[in-house]
Design a protein around this ligand. Structure first.
Ligand code: ZN
Length: 403
C-alpha cells in the first residue's frame, strides 16, 4: 500500500528480522503460554539428536538387549523430545515466577545448550532473584521424581524394558539438569542464587552479580579444561564440555559488564539521557527535499517522522532514505518504519529497563520517547554512551521536569 498524503509509515517488513537481531536467536515459534512466546532455535535439533543418540546407542542396547537398532532410535528420539518438554517446563517455571514479581517475560527459547527465558528487567530484590532462580531446578526435581515413579510403576506392571528404560533415563536426566544448574556459577540458576545471597547479605546488587560472574568464568574454565583432557584422551564427546565451558566463560563476562552498566545507570530515567527536541523528518516532505536540507544540518542518521498535525508516525534512517527509488516524488511517510515496529519508551521509565528490553544496535538504532501521543525526545546509542562515559567521573542526576 502506498499512502498518498499524510499517510502512516508502512509496517516494516523487516520487523521480524529486527526481533531476531534483538534476541540474538532466530527462533521457530512453537506457541504462546500466558502471553510468553515460546520458540526453538534450529540448533535445538542438534541437541535432540545428540541425546537421542545417547539413549539409542549407549543406554538401551544394555538396558533392553535384543531389539533392532530402529526400535532403539524411535525410543531414543521420543525420550529426547520428552526431555525437551521437561526443559520447557523448567524455563516456564522461571518465567511464571518472574511474572508473579511483575516482571514481563518477553520470550522463552530452546537452543543447543538448553533454554533461555528473557526477562524485560532484572529482579528488584534478592528474594525475587532467588525464587525466580530456584523455580527452574525445583521443577526439574519434581519432573524427575514423577518420571522415576512412573518408571517404577511401569516396571512393576511388567512393562518391557524398552519402555521402562527411557522413562527412567528421563528421571535421571532431569535430576542431573537440576543439580548441574544449581552449581553456583552465573549464568546458571545456582549463580543467580549465589548473587541473590550476596545481595541479601551485603545489600549490594553489583557485588552479588560480580561474585556470581567470577564463579561462572572459573567454572567455565574448569569444564573446558576437563573437556579438553577428555578429547586428548580420545573421547570426542569432551568437545561438548569444551563448548559448554566456553559458553559459561563468555556469559559470565557478559553478566558482569551488564551488572556494571546497571549499577552506573541504575538511578537514571529515560528522560535523563534522551535527546529532547530532536530534529524531525516531516512526513509530508519529499525524500529529496528532506535530504537536501540535511547537507548543512546536524549530523544525525535517524529521525522521528511526524505528520502535518504533529502525530508521531515512526522513524526513518538516512540509509533508508538513500535507498528510495524515486526520491523526487516519494514522501517520507511512504519510506519510514511505522510505530508498531519502532521501540517506544516513556520519559519516566528506568533507563536500565529500557536497555534490558531494547538493546540499541543494528536494526534498533533509536527509541522514540513519547509523552502521551507527543514526541518528547529520542534515545540512541550515542545518548547511552554519553551517560556511561560521563558517569565514570561525574554522577548524572535527574533533570527536574519543569513542564
Ligand atoms: Zn534454569
Amino acid at each position: 500500500m502506498r499512502a498518498t498524503d499524510l499517510g502512516p509509515c508502512s509496517r516494516d517488513p523487516r520487523g521480524r528480522d529486527a526481533e531476531v537481531m534483538r534476541t540474538g536467536l532466530p527462533s521457530v515459534p512453537l506457541g504462546r503460554v500466558r502471553g510468553i512466546g515460546v520458540g526453538a532455535h534450529w540448533s535445538t535439533i542438534v541437541a535432540v539428536l545428540v541425546m537421542a543418540q545417547v539413549v539409542a546407542v549407549s543406554v538401551l542396547p544394555r538396558a533392553a538387549p535384543g531389539h533392532p537398532a530402529s526400535a532403539y532410535w524411535v525410543a531414543g528420539v521420543l525420550a529426547s523430545l520428552a526431555f525437551m518438554l521437561s526443559l520447557l517446563a523448567h524455563e516456564l517455571a522461571h518465567a511464571l515466577t518472574a511474572q508473579r514479581f511483575d516482571i514481563t517475560v518477553t520470550r522463552i527459547d530452546l537452543w543447543l545448550l538448553g533454554g533461555v527465558s528473557r526477562l524485560s528487567s532484572p529482579p528488584r530484590a534478592p528474594r525475587a532473584e532467588f525464587l525466580i532462580a530456584v523455580a527452574g531446578p525445583a521443577t526439574s526435581v519434581v519432573v524427575g521424581v514423577l518420571a522415576g515413579a512412573a518408571g517404577t510403576v511401569l516396571a512393576a506392571w511388567g512393562a518391557p524394558a524398552l519402555v521402562v528404560s527411557p522413562v527412567l533415563w528421563l528421571a535421571v536426566t532431569n535430576g542431573v539438569l537440576a543439580v548441574f544448574n544449581l552449581v553456583p556459577a552465573a549464568p546458571l540458576d545456582g549463580g543467580r542464587v549465589l548473587a541473590a545471597a550476596v545481595w541479601w547479605r551485603t545489600g549490594d546488587e553489583r557485588r552479588g552479580t560480580a561474585v556470581a560472574a567470577v564463579a561462572g568464568k572459573a567454572f567455565g574454565l574448569v569444564l573446558a579444561a576437563a573437556g579438553l583432557a577428555q578429547v586428548f584422551a580420545g573421547a570426542v564427546s569432551g568437545l561438548w564440555l569444551v563448548l559448554l565451558g566456553a559458553y559459561l566463560v563468555v556469559s559470565g563476562a557478559a553478566e558482569q559488564s551488564a551488572g556494571e552498566v546497571r549499577h552506573r545507570l541504575g538511578g537514571l530515567l529515560v528522560r535523563d539521557v534522551m535527546t529532547a527536541d530532536p530534529m524531525i523528518a516531516p512526513g509530508w516532505w519529499t525524500v529529496r527535499g528532506f535530504l537536501r536540507g540535511l547537507v548543512s544540518g546536524p549530523h544525525r542518521r535517524v529521525f522521528p517522522v511526524v505528520s502535518f498535525d504533529g502525530t508521531v508516525l515512526g522513524v526513518v534512517s538516512l540509509a533508508e532514505l538513500a535507498r528510495v527509488d524515486d526520491p523526487l516524488t516519494t514522501r517520507i511517510s511512504d519510506a519510514c518504519r511505522a510505530l508498531p515496529d519502532v521501540p517506544v519508551a516513556s520519559p519516566e521509565e528506568p533507563l536500565v529497563d529500557l536497555l534490558a528490553r531494547t538493546p540499541l544496535g543494528r536494526g534498533r538504532d533509536v527509541v522514540l520517547v513519547l509523552r502521551g501521543p507527543n514526541l518528547a525526545g529520542v534515545v540512541g546509542p550515542e545518548d547511552v554512551a554519553w551517560a556511561l562515559e560521563l558517569s565514570r567521573s561525574v554522577p548524572i542526576e535527574h533533570h527536574e521536569v519543569t513542564s
